[in-house]
Design a protein around this ligand. Structure first.
Ligand SMILES: Nc1ncnc2c1ncn2[C@@H]1O[C@H](COP(=O)(O)OP(=O)(O)OP(=O)(O)O)[C@@H](O)[C@H]1O
Ligand SMILES: O=C(O)C1=C[C@@H](O)[C@@H](O)[C@H](O)C1
Ligand SMILES: [Mg+2]
Length: 166
């Protein structure tokens, strides 16, 4: 099976959907953010505050190169580096979980663990607008998540993959 990479903005549900997809397909699942925390023995807010975003991005690429689970949920900034896109394109199928800014705002209302979300609304919106084009450009499949339960999204992904492999 080719690796399924889930991409999308913070809060689009990559980790949530990745875990459920792993259960349904009975395949190993890995989240690059959790793997970074495990390998580098520090949580993400600490990495950002003590080492900076550039170091985090280096860790992220190193992890992406190393892992090969059938289902991988990525961090929201995975599309920031061309090298990451190249790795994902070579190894698998990229699925973009497209979620509106309004919906993300609702989902991450109380979140304090995402350093790049802990900003004022103009910065959040600017990051979202910059990233949306990259997700769209590099995705093999785009799944809109607004108004859908995780189970509905998993089913939609399974249907798309089935149609792709026909
Ligand atoms: N389809 C959905 N409908 C409603 N809430 C959702 C949905 N998918 C995920 N959520 C909720 O949104 C929040 C963020 O989800 P999740 O952590 O999976 O996002 P993510 O894309 O992995 O974010 P990040 O890029 O920061 O890792 C969680 O509280 C999760 O329960
Ligand atoms: O959108 C981003 O750049 C990030 C998203 C999260 O998944 C983490 O990878 C980290 O908080 C950075
Ligand atoms: Mg996640």
């Amino acid at each position: 099976m080719k690796t399924i990479y889930l991409i999308g903005f913070m809060g689009s549900g990559k980790s949530t959907i990745g875990g459920k997809l792993g259960e349904v397909l009975i395949e190993n699942y890995l989240d690059t953010d959790r793997e970074i925390e495990k390998v580098y023995k520090q949580n993400i807010p600490e990495i950002f505050s003590e080492k900076g975003e550039e170091t985090f991005r280096q860790y992220e690429t190193a992890i992406l190169k190393k892992v090969n689970q059938p289902i991988i949920s990525t961090g929201g900034g995975i599309v920031e580096r061309k090298e990451n896109i190249h790795i994902m394109k070579q190894n698998g199928t990229i699925i973009y979980l497209a979620t509106s800014f309004k919906e993300i705002f609702k989902r991450l209302e109380k979140d304090v663990n995402r350093p790049l979300w802990n900003k004022d609304i103009a910065d959040r919106k600017a990051l979202y607008n910059k990233r949306v084009h990259l997700y769209e450009k590099h995705a093999d499949e785009i799944i809109v998540t607004d108004g859908k339960s995780p189970e509905m999204i998993v089913n939609e992904i399974l249907m798309r993959l089935r149609n792709k492999n026909k």
